[in-house]
Each structure stands twice: as C-alpha cells, then as structure tokens.
Ligand binder design. Structure first.
Ligand SMILES: CC(C)(COP(=O)(O)OP(=O)(O)OC[C@H]1O[C@@H](n2cnc3c(N)ncnc32)[C@H](O)[C@@H]1OP(=O)(O)O)[C@@H](O)C(=O)NCCC(=O)NCCS
Length: 199
C-alpha cells in the first residue's frame, strides 16, 4: 500500500512541478548557453553591433539569467550589460543596461518562457537600482514589456543597426531624458590569463 501511495505522490508531484524555472546562470551553463544561442539565432549572431559592446566584458552583476526545464537543462537565456547610453544635456554620461541576447530553445518557443525571463530580468534590474534598459530587437515582441524606439531616438549603436529596432525602457522616470550619442560598454572586463613570457 505504501508503495502505491509513493507512486501516486510522485505522479502528482510531477504534475505540479513547474515546467521551467528562472535561475541565475552559472559557469557550468556556458557551453549549453552558447549551443542554445547558435540553435536559436544562427551563425550571424556574432556579427551584430551589440556584440561589440559585449566583447571581452562580463554581464552586469546578477543579470545573467537562464530558464531551466525540470531536468535542469538550460532552455532559455538572457544577459544584460553595463553601458553608457550617450550623454545628458548637461554632458554627463548616462549609465544604463543593454539587454541581449534573449533566446529560447526553438523546441520550447511559445510557452511564455521568453516573457518570464524578460520580466525576471527587468525586476532584477529595478532591484539593483538601474535606470534604463536598451536593446535591439523586434518592437512587435518587446513593446509588450514597455520598450519603445522613441526613448532611444537620439542614441546610436557602435555599428550598423535598424533605427526601428533600437528600443529602450526607463526604469526610473526621465532617466533617458535628453540622452544623445553613442552607446559604449562600461562593464567589468573579462580577465584573461596572464601571458607567459618566454626568455
Ligand atoms: C523571440 C523569443 C525570445 C520569444 O520567446 P518565447 O518564449 O517563444 O515567447 P513567449 O512565449 O513569451 O511569447 C510568445 C508571444 O510572442 C510573440 N512573438 C514571438 N516572437 C516574436 C517576434 N519576433 N515579433 C513579435 N512577436 C513575437 C508570439 O507570437 C506570441 O504572441 P502571443 O502571446 O500573442 O501568442 C524566441 O522566439 C526566440 O528565442 N527567438 C529566436 C531568438 C531571437 O530572435 N531573439 C530576439 C528576439 S527579437
């Protein structure tokens, strides 16, 4: 009888466990994340202007998130990066975040995972006191989260980009007021292993 109950409990536990969880990315996730990005975005992903900002930088503190399936496999990823979003009217650099890439494993699209990851990332960015998030992506997808091209209208990416895909949201009202100029990386640099000098 006890064995039957255990089976029933296990059945209901498996029915109620969420299909995915949002979690912090760990170093053990890197290989799975890169494979997922190749599958979801294709080989051209490294040629994007956003890549110039990400190259040799670490993501913003606490803002590399993944979604995991019930087995713990990475099925979606999002990372945000520290940038300066041009300068204010007074000439001060404006700190902000650049979001991307966001990608969901093609086998899991349309289940709300991308939205859950976006909302978790935005919540975490607010908690960490950031003022605004920029991204380059489809307005049709990102407007539902409050991203609009108008907020980034006087900013440019450091390379080719489609103006209508360059979007922003203010996490603090007026944060991007008057922001103009180029978006540049300002995050922590990746530390490379020291080079050995051969005598
Ligand atoms: C775009 C992406 C992140 C969406 O993730 P997802 O988990 O499938 O999205 P959700 O389930 O949260 O939302 C699905 C909704 O978004 C819509 N949607 C998905 N991609 C869209 C796009 N590029 N433009 C407009 N709407 C889009 C769907 O039609 C659906 O709409 P509905 O809620 O009205 O039915 C995912 O499809 C993906 O990784 N794509 C490839 C990588 C990529 O292009 N990333 C950058 C996005 S610009």
């Amino acid at each position: 009888m006890a064995a039957v109950l255990d089976v029933v409990r296990a059945f209901f536990a498996s029915q109620t466990a969420p299909a995915f969880v949002i979690d912090a990315e760990t170093p053990a996730d890197v290989v799975a994340r890169e494979a997922l990005l190749d599958r979801a975005m294709g080989p051209g992903r490294r040629k994007k202007s956003s890549e110039k900002i990400r190259k040799d930088r670490l993501p913003a503190e606490g803002l590399a998130l993944v979604a995991r399936d019930r087995q713990g496999h990475v099925i979606a990823t999002v990372r945000l990066w520290n940038v300066e979003a041009g300068v204010s009217r007074e000439g001060h650099a404006i700190d902000a975040l650049l979001l991307g890439p966001l990608a969901v494993d093609p086998a899991h699209e349309g289940k709300g995972i991308g939205s859950a990851l976006m909302r978790a990332a935005m919540l975490e960015a607010r908690k960490r006191n950031h003022g605004a998030i920029l991204l380059v992506g489809d307005a049709g997808y990102y407007e539902r989260f409050g991203f609009f091209a108008q907020k980034a209208q006087h900013l440019v990416m450091p390379g080719p980009f489609a103006r209508e895909r360059f979007l922003a949201i203010e996490l603090k009202a007026g944060w991007l007021e008057g922001a103009a100029g180029m978006v540049v990386a300002s995050g922590r640099k990746l530390s490379h292993a020291p080079r050995r000098h051969v005598a």
